[in-house]
Design a protein. Structure first.
Lengths: 116, 112
């Protein structure tokens, strides 16, 4: 089974702190994604990466950065956390080769971040 | 207009009912169609996928794709309270990085 693991289920941080969210996948997937999910807004793509050291902005990259130094690991960084970044953060991975059982993106369990 | 439209619900049905969940889309390049189930406070889990048009069945679940109408459906037969969750549709085009585009999700409540 594909496994995508996020480092924390729940986090509480103070405004202005630098926050690191870590994600690791064990399926040798090329693509990795960070989303945030808010009630009524659905999943919004923050950043994605299609290869090591490669990154592309998604729909809402402002206030975030990412790092992908190894294929299996994709980190999301909140440079200076703000209360409007309180949200559920979801990491996902997928293969370049969408065939058969490899089709689709596979998600981690999510990190519920609260910024106070 | 969003690329993928999905009625947020909630959809409330009695146990044993047949449930129909739907999405419409505008991008004719979409070839891969997926349904995810998300329980409260958990990450989405991939439920079913379909390539191009047609039907796919897995137990109580059937996924249908009608590319001519740009319309996809997920049917749940003999619905159970454990099916209560948010269902998200997703789709992607061939080539590139297969970045999925998600609907906003439909909340389903199956009451005993």
């Amino acid at each position: 089974d594909v496994k995508v693991t996020q480092s924390s289920r729940y986090l509480v941080k103070r405004t202005g702190e630098k926050v690191f969210l870590e994600c690791v996948q064990d399926m040798d997937h090329e693509n990795m994604f960070w989303y945030r999910q808010d009630p009524g807004l659905g999943l919004r793509l923050i950043y994605f990466s299609y290869d090591v050291k490669m990154k592309e902005k998604g729909d809402i990259p402002e206030g975030y950065s990412v790092s992908r130094e190894k294929k299996e690991r994709f980190s999301l960084i909140l440079e200076s956390a703000s209360t409007n970044q309180t949200s559920m953060y979801l990491c996902a991975s997928s293969s370049h080769y969408q065939t058969g059982e490899g089709t689709g993106a596979f998600f981690g369990q999510g990190t519920r971040l609260t910024v106070v | 207009q969003k690329e993928v439209e999905q009625d947020p619900g909630p959809l409330s049905v009695p146990e044993g009912a047949i449930v129909s969940l739907n999405c419409t889309y505008s991008n004719s390049a979409f070839q891969y169609f997926m349904w995810y189930r998300q329980y409260s406070r958990k990450g989405p889990e991939l439920l079913m996928y379909t390539y191009s048009s047609g039907n796919k069945e897995d137990g109580r679940f059937t996924a249908q794709v009608d590319k001519s109408s740009k319309y996809i459906s997920l049917f749940i037969r003999d619905s159970q309270p454990s099916d209560s969750a948010t269902y998200l549709c997703a789709m992607s085009a061939t080539g590139g990085s297969y970045i999925p585009t998600f609907g906003r999700g439909t909340s389903l409540i199956v009451h005993p």
